[in-house]
Every structure is written in C-alpha cells, then in structure tokens.
Design a protein around this ligand. Sequence first.
Ligand code: CTP
Length: 416
Amino acid sequence: MSEPIRLLAGKRIVLGVTGSIAVYKAADLASKLTQTGARVDVVMTESAQRFVTPLTFQAVTGRPVYTDLWQGGSAGLPTHIAHVGLGEGADVLFIAPCSANTLAKLAQGLADDLLSVTALAARCPLILAPAMDGSMYEHPATQANVQTLLQRGAAVIEPVWGRFASGLEGRGRLPEVPALIGHLRHLLGMRWGALAGRRIVVTAGGTREAIDPVRYVGNHSSGKQGYAIAQAALDAGAQVTLISSAHLLAPVGVRFIQVESAADVLEAVLASIPQADALIMAAAVADFRPQQAADRKIKKSDDEGLTLTLGRTADVLLRVAEVRAASGWPRVVVGFAAESHDLLANAQAKLSTKRLDLLVANDVSAPDAGFAVDTNRVVLLRPAQAPEALPLLSKQAVAERIVDEVARLIRAADDA
Ligand code: CTP
C-alpha cells in the first residue's frame, strides 16, 4: 500500500479504459490511483472488456464499474441518464489506454457508448493516454485527432517507444504506471496548485568530489528528501528545476540537471536562480574536496597508504546570499542543516550566517531520520521565531510541509 497523495486524495477520478492490450496496465493504474486516496470510477468500453473483465477493476477500486449505456440503471433509467453525474461530478476524466477509435470519437464529439457520453457531459480536465500500434499513432488521421483534442484543451500523455504485441516496434506504447501517475500529478498540479506559475529550484543528493577517475569523497545523502520536495512542488503546480547529484528516478515534469561535485552544484544553482521564486537547498554539498584530482587512477603500492589533502569548496548558500542582495533573486531561500550534535544551536547559527528564510534541521544520528530512510524528523527554524519541531513523518509529508511554508513565504514576498 502506497502513501496517499495530497493532490489526489478525495478527488473523483473517472478512469476511462478502452480496447488495447495495455488494459493490463490500466488495472494496476486503477489500483494505484485508489491507493492515492482518490475515488476511482472506471468506465470500460466494450472492446476493453474483451481484454479484462469489469470484475478486475471492481476488485481494485472497490467500486462498481460502468460498462453499458443502456442497461443496469437504477429506477428503470438507462445507465447514461442515471450516471450522467459521473462526468459532471468528476474532478478529472483520465482515459488510459485511449485507443485510436476512442480518440477519433472524442475528436468528432460522437456519443455512442458510455465513455463518449461521459466525456461530452464532463466539464473537468480531460487527460488522454493514447496506446496503439506505432503506425496507427503516427497516421495523419490520428495525429489530426490529437491536435483537435489538444486545441480543445485536453492534455495528451505521449505514448513511448517500444515493442508491441504484434512484434513491431514504434511509438505507441502506454507509459508505465508510475510515469502515468507522474504525468497526472504534473498536469493537475498546474491546474489546481498553490504554486502554479511559480519557479522553484531544488537541489538534492550528496556531492562526489573526485580523487581520481574512479574514486571520490562522498557522503551518505540519498537525495530522497530533495526528490520528495521536487515532487511536492510539482504537485503544487510549480515549474521545478531539480539539480541533483543522486541517481534516482526524476519526478515527471521537472527540468533536471545532473551534477556531480560541489562546483557543479554552484554553477547550476547560479544559472538557475535568476527569476526563481524560491531555492530549496536540500543537497548535502561537500565542504571539502581533494586539493588535486589525479588525471589517472592512483595505483597502490604494497606497503604505503595514501594521504589526501583536502581543500574547501565554495559555500553555495553564501554565494546565493550575495547574488540575492544584488539582484533580489531568488525571492525565498531555504537551507538544510544535517547535524549530529547540538542541533538547535548549530542550526540557529546557519539560519543567520546563510541569511535564510527557513532552515530545515535534522538530527542525522537518529535511526529513523536523515539519510537513506523514508522518514524524517525535522525542526523548522525561521528568523525571529521559536523553532517548530515536527513529529516523525514520511519524507513526502515533510516535503509537503516545506512546500506549504515556501508558498506562504512567496506570498509574503509578493505583499512586501
Ligand atoms: N551548503 C552549501 N554549500 C556548501 C555546503 C553546504 O550551500 N559548500 C548548504 C547545504 O545545501 C545546506 C546548508 O548549506 O542547505 C547547510 O549544510 P550543512 O552541511 O549542514 O552545513 P555547513 O554549512 O556545511 O556547515 P557544517 O559542515 O559546519 O555543519
């Protein structure tokens, strides 16, 4: 069971499922969407039912599945009248997989089955994930239908390249379920989120400072908290730049900049902060690096060790404070403090020397907080305010709290 997603929890999703071999993914999609806390009502076309029975979707959503335009309505009414509220009451109509036939029907405004009737009745965002053989997707008729629907305000999740059941290869495969949910979050965040149109830069992960071409000096930061913040900012509708030295799967919708060393982080941050509403420095940037990285692999000898001389790296947040004083960007700056002792005293000092609007401090010596684990226990520090200790939370929940606070700080900067 995955954790509920705040953006989707309590929302009413009508999931349209049409005839495609990718229907098997739709069953998992319906299950995962239900686990986000959304209410998922599945509408299946007749062809979809040739691949998977409605019972599968009923089992994973715990709700009735709608299949027929004419039968099964209550009080003697045809289903489409009884359930006309299905489209009208939906927060989003998501059709995945969407066949070439359903795309064509939607583009033409036909209404000859329950799904097309629901689409016409719906006034909510329409999101389509086409899936078909590559040649069908590339056909001018299908492409014209896609363009018509885009112009009418629908969002289309592009199919991906891959091998089809036919044995052919092409661009027409339904993306995997995590990617589908990532696209859904990105699209809905931009429509519903408190940070819609805002630009947020997030750094994540522990940097690596080269000793030679194969070795580095690093730290234990996994990047998980930073990635969770990037995802929470996307859910809030922001345009997110993620500068990362970690190698995790980037959330759908971020502008991703892969970095390695503290010097790379500095360069990427300085390039990204003009016009940024906020910078959130979750990266564990190295303070020291080998003075000289060897060009070639250092060979060992039997009896001698290796002495490294470490020099200082630039402090990114101090440089950001200078840029901000001169230019006004970024408007809000958030830092992190990873401490193993004297948490509050050390964190308070960083808040003022780095001139931060918010500092997120955590005790990395605790087993349930900090590096690599999925939970975190943090204290929020703001200038001239008492520290606020949050309880043990998932990194996702910590990220949501930080993003809420950033949204509040940006609004305060707007009003200032
Ligand atoms: N940071 C930075 N540049 C560095 C090192 C850290 O911008 N060269 C940022 C981190 O991204 C974090 C904050 O500064 O947001 C605090 O990082 P931390 O490692 O806890 O503190 P340091 O400033 O490195 O201080 P110390 O190592 O003495 O605790």
